[in-house]
Design a protein around this ligand. Sequence first.
Ligand SMILES: *Cc1c(COP(=O)(O)O)cnc(C)c1O
Length: 389
Amino acid sequence: MPVSNGREFLMIPGPTTVPDRVLRAMHRPAIDIYAGPLVDITDRCLDDLRLMFRTEHRPYIYISNGHGAWEAALTNTLSKGDKVLVLESGRFATNWGLLGEFIGLDVEVLPGDWHQAVDPNAVEARLRQDSGHEIKAVLVAQIDTASSVCNDIPSIGSAIASAGHPALFMVDAVASLATTPFEMDAWNVDVAVSGSQKGLMTPPGLGLVAAGPRAKAAAKTAGLKTQYWDWGFRDGEMHYEKYCGTPPEHLLFGLREALDMILEEGLDNVLQRHARLAEAARAAIKVWSDGGAIEFGIHDTSSRSNAVTVALMDNPDRLIDFCRDEYGVTIGGCIGGWQGKGWRLGHMGHINAPMLLGALGVIESALIALDIPIGESGCAAAARSLAVS
Ligand SMILES: *Cc1c(COP(=O)(O)O)cnc(C)c1O
């Protein structure tokens, strides 16, 4: 007889658990879109998104998922036939590249190994070869949620600078915003993209893009611009122009509340919480891997992300199904090249110690029930990891 009851735990790497406070903030009637409180909510969301991206520059809020934010980044800055260099370390930057190919960009993938982070030296070497500066943009995901790698964005930025290359530096921070340190301005990122449904704890539906001055300059001549994504139109004074139409009112009520929660906790504390909980998750998986059936997706310990962890194993679906059906905990399957080869434990956004320890306990029970060899108790290791005296 299953022991799942009550609230389900959603432990996938997005969408993440929406806090009750955010749900309650959304439960209200629609309000005027031309004047009054909604205008103030927009202004305050834009201000606080600057804090999340760590930028002085202008964030844009689209009614879209992350794919929309990707498209906004490319169409505002590039023209048909422009070459972009995509840094592979999983699936997300390469999918961003495929979207670019669809709209007419010339996409080159710098091949990478899913087990490790992008090598900044390889980026520098490739850019040095491009003496004619044909490459107009470099695209990378900070955290690739398919592999669970966390790329070293400042080092990649330095590699671009050392090569003396003028390409725009575009970073997918969808899974890293409010989960992992990200410094748009300090790291010379020209365009950063994100979404509402990961660390920002808001339902899916808001695509977020922050554009620095070099990106805004490129927008003056970009040939791929369309009105919906265009930054210029959204820079207009009227409130509805900021959304190119009706604002996504209820998602904005939700985002406003989520930003309040993050700021009340303190962004640094939020990042620390993610780091400690991720460390506990890794401590458990490390012990389970001693049984020989499970291994980390990412080999180098310093490249494992604080938002999601991939564990590779044979026949992962039996574990995923068992956790969901028996215990009411949903963990993610692997995707892309690792589909059917492991599972993904999301640990970002609205998550705390009992949620994580509960999920790890359930996974350990399922591993035991399914006779999958594990070392000693991963849960004990996670508990020790979180123990502070
Ligand atoms: C979730 C995610 C996205 C966005 O995906 P959508 O389904 O389009 O919202 C993009 N990049 C990364 C790294 C992600 O984790």
